[in-house]
Design a protein around this ligand. Structure first.
Ligand code: BDP
Length: 945
């Protein structure tokens, strides 16, 4: 790459100034368009020290676009380093030496060599005036472009002082190269025995693992002699191993913005006023590492502050003279105990926290206090979030308590490590190496979850493999559970209802059979002896072929209560799913309600019914399930889907925050007006003794955990809403953007607008106006012509839509008054629900003045246009977002646009065969005919998982 650049450089210098663009591209400290596209970044802009740090606070100046060492009277080491660390990269730079220059560029630089803490050490590309500077010893190993003190450069050219020369360093895993003016002069493998032997006889011999850091800073040396650098450019290279940087975990070893750190990046505060204010207030941290949880608090807060404030924040055990952050409970902290916070803490329960300014021992202090260590951990994450999003802590006064008890992530992970509807690689649980190997990813996962307040994780798929509750698996799950415990997370398992038959050959799994009851009692005991903080079972019963009590002639309550009794002695719970697809029904929308309403009041106290947000599945658009607001005597929780099963899977940008809040804010009209789904879930309407929210999340082995980088935002929004359903989707989007991308207002506003429009765009491009289930079997592409789709859209010559009114399937009647009447009446039903509840004539007049047919067509076109608009907006963010995430999202938006066009053309052309009406002239014509699009269904490959 650099050779090419170098050649181009010479060539262009020869051809002169003929072309403006080319001339510009040759100015120092600039990137050409092509370089930008390839992922090159400037480490020095020619004007400022942005991104660089002088280790002694001085020693460098910027002159004529060059980074120059200042030569003081006394000789001293005054180096400058990049703030960022890099793993694998290509680095190019120009340098100019003068008489007797002795300098160098170090890479893979860290400050944590044992015994050398605070010193920035690493491998060095030597820069030297070979002619006039002579080392008294080992001089041959210290010539220009050599690997200092280890490997001499193959050509020892005598470089003319006063001229610019070009260097390149390539680090690709263990393979490293030095280049000088277009020639490779050093090439070595740092994992080789030869390299290690060289280190043993070098001045580095006492440094353990010298040169092995998988990532580090880049450092430019000022040893007191003249040196100048410019055009310092770096291109991060893809890592060549799977998860190489995870080995140290706690996210410390991240080499690029690949999304791996999600919203826990802890990058230095960009606003200098906030930075200084925070630094002033947070000189030390006081807490007592009295438990595993308090240790987690310490790690998070110290790592967080060190990153955000770019300092080394000391941890103290007692008050110091400096302003301080104190974290703890009255029982683990004398400082907190001395504040007499009982009255305030009383209202915070087991998980709430407060953050306030207090005077402790006459010192100005910020206090994060709670009744339990877990509460302190949640408070710590909240406080870090305040800094990450650059909020004032001047008069901070926060009390926060979660609104529901169970805040759950449901993983649809299989024993073979595929993930049902995952789209982000393999399952994060490495069954083959558990219980012996504790992959660092597990701790990161626990941190991520706790940062949102998630307190329950269902490890495995609801379509459950019975083996998950056998001894071998329980031993593995016990390790995960151990890792989760300090983070306040309980472990749950999805069970297969006929496990007694599958695993132990019982003749039946009938829940009233004494042998079956006994089997589950013993099994439960075995589970708790392995996993003391086991939370309970999640059960998908009698649905989509899964066994359940109905298989044995019993109802859901009988089935759930049997398990609940086995779990009760351990305070375990049963989460029973209301997603029941039994034998095919005339109208699936009715099914869960018809099944469960007659059972209201029949479930034990430690059973909670988990109801999907809508009555069908996780369709792009559904009204809320009428079970919310109807089940008065049955603990009820909601199940959302974060993974994008029906919304473009790993390929489309869809922020689901607005979809979640739309459901949570919907008025159920139970007990009159004003009781929303959120109120019901929080137990504010009926007296539930268990409350909760769950989401199907999809973290997998993809570096960014979720496949599409923006799926992270839905994960984030879900977690925060599970804590407090009253947040708005917009404020959560903003928090996420600030933590994930940037605090730059322009970036925030643009990305937020894209996110906020993305959900509606994804509905419009697929299933507008209340249409549903018209996709392919893989749930990715369009198939309105399929047998299943036809059962849902009912398109014919007279119109389109499913009649669920009192004249049709009567599903409207499942809603409380007056919603039932509102939905029943074609004139009052909100238009976005129109085809969900009504079969409507093609000429029906819509509010816009268009006919239904025209409106439907316009919606599909609008879907495509919004995606195109999203592409343009995203493109305008180039340079404001790191290259890898920018180009990833850009490429995915291209796919989204293609898919939107395919959906639109497939649906419009297909429905046109019934409406027999034209596509309005002003709209772009579908490029192909219907047959072509039908064929696409067979040709386009979509992965099963
Ligand atoms: C559907 C999914 C299927 C799940 C099912 C469920 O297509 O993979 O098993 O939901 O929730 O949406 O049980």
């Amino acid at each position: 790459m650099v050779i090419n650049l170098f050649k181009v450089y010479i060539f262009l210098t020869v051809i002169g100034l003929a072309n403006n663009f080319i001339v510009n591209s040759q100015q120092p400290n600039r990137l050409t368009q092509a370089e930008k596209q390839e992922g090159w970044q400037l480490l020095f802009d020619g004007k400022t020290f942005t991104g660089l740090k002088m280790l002694t606070g001085d020693g460098w100046e910027i002159k004529d676009g060059a980074l120059k060492a200042q030569i003081g009277s006394e000789h001293g080491q005054k180096d400058i380093i990049t703030q960022q660390r890099f793993g694998n990269f290509e680095l190019v730079f120009e340098f100019k030496i003068s008489n007797k220059t002795n300098s160098g560029v170090k890479y893979a630089v860290t400050d944590n060599y044992p015994g050398q803490e605070g010193k920035y050490l690493g491998l060095e590309y030597q820069i030297l005036d070979n002619v006039n500077f002579e080392y008294p010893e080992r001089g041959e190993l210290r010539t220009l472009a050599s690997l200092y003190d280890l490997i001499p450069a193959e050509t020892n050219r005598n470089m003319k002082p006063g001229k610019w020369h070009t260097s390149k360093i390539v680090v690709n895993g263990n393979h490293i190269e030095h280049w000088l003016n277009g020639k490779k002069v050093v090439d070595y493998d740092r994992s080789s025995e030869r390299f290690k032997a060289l280190v043993q006889v070098s001045k580095y011999k006492d440094l353990k693992n010298f040169g092995q850091a998988t990532e580090g800073h880049i450092l430019f040396q000022n040893e007191g002699s003249d040196i100048a650098f410019r055009s310092i450019k770096i291109k991060p290279l893809e890592t060549s191993l799977v998860f190489p940087s995870e080995t140290n975990s706690q996210f410390t070893a991240i080499n690029n913005e690949d999304g791996h750190r999600l919203w826990l990046r802890y990058e230095k505060i960009s606003d200098t006023i906030f930075l200084e204010a925070y630094r002033k207030d947070l000189r030390t941290v006081i807490l007592n590492e009295s438990s595993e949880t308090m240790k987690a608090v310490k790690n998070e807060i110290i790592n967080g502050l060190n990153g955000l404030l770019d300092t080394k924040t000391p941890l103290n055990l007692a008050m110091t003279d400096h302003s301080t952050l104190v974290l703890g409970t009255p029982s683990n902290s004398t400082e907190i105990a001395s504040l007499n916070l009982q009255d305030q803490l009383h209202h915070l329960g087991k998980e709430g926290f407060l953050i306030q300014r207090k005077t402790v021992n006459k010192k100005n202090t910020i206090v994060i206090a709670a009744n339990t260590d877990i509460g302190v951990l949640y408070g710590a994450f909240h406080f870090l979030r305040m800094l990450q999003t650059q909020q004032s802590i001047e008069e901070v006064s926060i009390k926060s308590v979660p609104k529901v008890k169970l805040r759950m992530a449901n993983h649809w992970d299989n024993a073979n490590r595929t993930v049902e509807r995952g789209y982000a690689g393999l399952s994060i649980w490495e069954w083959a190496t558990l219980p012996e190997y504790r992959h660092p990813r597990y701790t990161d996962f626990a941190r991520i979850s706790a940062s949102l307040g998630i307190n329950g994780v269902v490890i495995n798929n609801v379509n459950s493999d019975a083996r998950f509750i056998t001894d071998d698996f329980l031993k593995k799950i016990a390790v995960l559970s151990d890792i989760f415990r300090p983070y306040g997370i309980k472990t749950y398992l999805s069970i297969n209802y006929s496990s007694p038959v599958t695993l132990d050959g019982l003749e039946t799994a009938d829940p009233l059979n004494p042998k079956v009851i006994d089997w589950w009692y013993k099994k439960t005991e075995e589970i708790y002896s392995n996993i003391p903080n086991f939370g309970g079972f999640l059960v998908k019963a009698d649905s989509e072929g899964q066994p359940g009590p109905k298989t044995y002639g019993r109802n859901h309550a009988e089935g759930a209560n049997m398990l609940a009794e086995a779990l009760n002695p351990y305070r375990g719970i049963v989460i029973w799913r209301a997603f029941v697809y039994g034998k095919r029904q005339e109208d699936r929308v009715r099914e869960a309600y018809d099944e469960f309403v007659p059972l209201d009041g029949m479930f034990n106290d430690n059973v909670i019914l988990q109801v999907k947000n809508g009555p069908i599945d996780f369709m792009p658009f559904e009204p809320f399930s009428p079970l919310f607001g109807t089940l008065q005597k049955t603990n009820t929780m909601i199940e959302f889907q974060v993974t994008q099963e029906y919304l473009g899977q790993g390929n489309h940008l869809v922020y689901k925050g607005p979809m979640f809040t739309e459901t949570l804010n919907a008025d159920t009209y139970t007990k009159g007006e004003g009781n929303t789904v959120g109120n019901v879930l929080a137990g504010e309407v009926f007296k539930y003794n268990l409350t909760g929210m769950a989401a199907v999340t999809n973290p997998g082995t993809d570096r960014n955990w979720t496949g599409h980088p923006f799926v992270q935002s839905s994960w984030y929004a879900f977690g925060r809403l599970a804590w407090d359903y009253t947040y708005s989707a917009e404020e959560l989007a903003e928090e996420w953007i600030r933590m994930t991308f940037s605090n730059n207002e322009m970036v925030i506003n643009k990305v937020k607008e894209i996110m906020m429009k993305s959900a509606q765009a994804s509905i419009n491009m697929r299933e507008p106006l209340g249409l549903t289930h018209i996709g392919t079997g893989s749930h990715y592409g369009p198939a309105p012509w399929s047998r299943r789709s036809v059962r849902f859209h009912h398109a014919d010559k007279s119109g389109i839509g499913f009649d669920r009114t009192t004249k049709g399937s009567k599903a409207v009647k499942q809603y409380n008054a007056p919603l039932d009447d509102i939905f029943n009446d074609i004139d009052s039903v909100p238009e976005e629900y129109l085809l969900w509840f009504h079969h409507v004539g093609w000429d029906h007049k819509m509010k816009s003045g268009r006919t239904l047919w025209q409106e439907l067509v316009y919606k599909y076109y609008e879907g495509v246009e919004t995606v195109r608009w999203m592409q343009k907006e995203w493109d305008s963010l180039e340079g404001y977002i790191d290259h890898s995430r920018f180009s990833h999202v850009k490429a995915l938006l291209k796919i989204q646009e293609k898919d939107a066009v395919r959906w639109r053309n497939s649906c419009v052309l297909y429905f046109q065969t019934f409406s027999e009406k034209p596509i309005p002239k002003e709209l772009e014509k579908p490029a192909y005919n219907l047959e072509y699009y039908k064929n696409q269904e067979k040709l386009i490959y979509v992965s099963k998982y």
